[in-house]
Design a protein around this ligand. Structure first.
Ligand SMILES: C[S@@+](CC[C@H](N)C(=O)[O-])C[C@H]1O[C@@H](n2cnc3c(N)ncnc32)[C@H](O)[C@@H]1O
Length: 255
């Protein structure tokens, strides 16, 4: 799929906000004079939310921490025994500071924030970042999720560059990495959102650099999410791994 993206809005009332967003992201604002055939991906701003539309992928994609899958997980109140929590090293009442260096749609970070961890999220793709920012803003205004979102701080940019600016005393306790999984041959198996993320994020060419930099900066551990049958990232062997149904968390202790 080709990466052609434009921005539009669903009512004239959103036009100014859509124009500002288009300007910030350096994307065209779609008007009737634009040749829509060229644009395969559309960001649609409504009074409710920012959505990403793609003709091949069915329903629009947006970030929702209040309802949907994340709302369900929040209501279930999955605890500190879940694999991600164990991988991060949550024990007793401890809540390590986590740098989520591959924020994506913020789901893993939200789970960690639900468990009480302060999480800094960094996302390199301005479009994915805009969707995430919109989801965070809505959840911040919702009483059920406001206190969770208060633990989450989003930054737009490249996590490698950001980590390189840190002084030793500012190194995060835990760095969490969820680089794009290796391309599968049967793309129908890859979830709709993951396919879109892959298009928007481009190939994660920098995964090994991200990993190396994280290993230098994490005060306690680096956690890398991998497909359960997949190989670990190239480099040192994980100290241990924690598996869930389809995912494996490789844990590298750094102290
Ligand atoms: C598989 S997704 C992460 C999904 C995320 N864990 C979630 O729960 O929604 C990987 C994301 O990492 C981002 N990414 C990759 N390298 C990055 C880097 N060096 N700095 C910041 N973001 C990066 C990609 O743009 C993509 O959005």
């Amino acid at each position: 799929m080709q990466l052609n993206v434009g921005i539009t809005c669903d009512s004239p009332r959103q036009l100014n906000a859509a124009r500002q967003l288009a300007c910030r992201l350096g994307l065209p604002l779609l008007t009737p004079s634009v040749n829509l055939d060229r644009l395969t991906i559309t960001l649609v701003l409504s009074a409710q939310r920012l959505e990403l539309h793609h003709p091949e992928l069915g329903a629009p994609l947006f970030v929702d921490f209040v309802r949907g899958a994340m709302g369900y997980r929040r209501r279930q109140g999955e605890g500190r025994k879940q694999p991600l929590a164990r991988a991060i090293g949550l024990k007793g009442n401890t809540c390590p500071h986590v740098l989520d260096a591959t924020a994506g749609l913020g789901r893993d970070a939200f789970v960690l924030a639900m468990l009480g961890c302060p999480v800094r999220l960094i996302e390199q793709s301005p479009i994915i970042g805009a969707l995430l920012e919109d989801g965070l803003a809505r959840a911040r205004k919702t009483p059920e999720t406001a206190s969770i979102i208060a633990h989450m701080t989003l930054m737009q940019g490249n996590a490698v560059d950001w980590m390189r600016t840190l002084n030793t005393q500012d190194f995060p306790e835990v760095i969490y990495l969820d680089p794009m999984y290796p391309e599968r041959t049967k793309s129908a198996l890859v979830k709709r959102e993951m396919r879109l993320l892959r298009i928007l994020a481009g190939k994660d060419e920098n995964a090994s650099l991200l990993f190396e930099t994280a290993l230098r900066c994490a005060r306690r551990r680096v956690v890398v999410k991998r497909p359960r049958p997949g190989t670990p990232l190239a480099g040192p062997k994980p100290d241990f791994s924690i598996e869930s149904k389809i995912t494996r968390f490789d844990v590298y202790l750094t102290r």
